[in-house]
Design a protein around this ligand. Structure first.
Ligand code: ZN
Length: 86
């Protein structure tokens, strides 16, 4: 069985990305390298394939991504990668 993945959004470069779910609270953005201490608003998780497809879609949308991400909670795979609580 494939490891579950999360769809995350970096709060620095605002890009969506799929990363393997892990217990560690330390994350780093695969796009800009921004180091995050925790994931804010994780709605759930999905398979790696689902997440990667979803990331592509969200990154294409960009402008409407917030809304799309909210809607995609149905997919159960969107989180926000953040360096500090806001
Ligand atoms: Zn980033």
């Amino acid at each position: 069985m494939a490891a579950p993945c999360w769809v995350l959004r970096c709060c620095s470069c605002r890009r969506f990305q799929a990363q393997q779910a892990k217990r560690s609270r330390k994350w780093s953005c695969s796009v800009c390298g921004h180091a995050a201490r925790f994931v804010l608003q994780l709605y759930g998780q999905g398979s790696g394939r689902d997440c990667r497809l979803h990331v592509q879609k969200l990154n294409l949308l960009q402008g409407d991504a917030e809304e799309a991400a909210a809607r995609s909670a149905r997919y159960g795979i969107v989180g926000l990668l953040c360096c500090s609580p806001s």
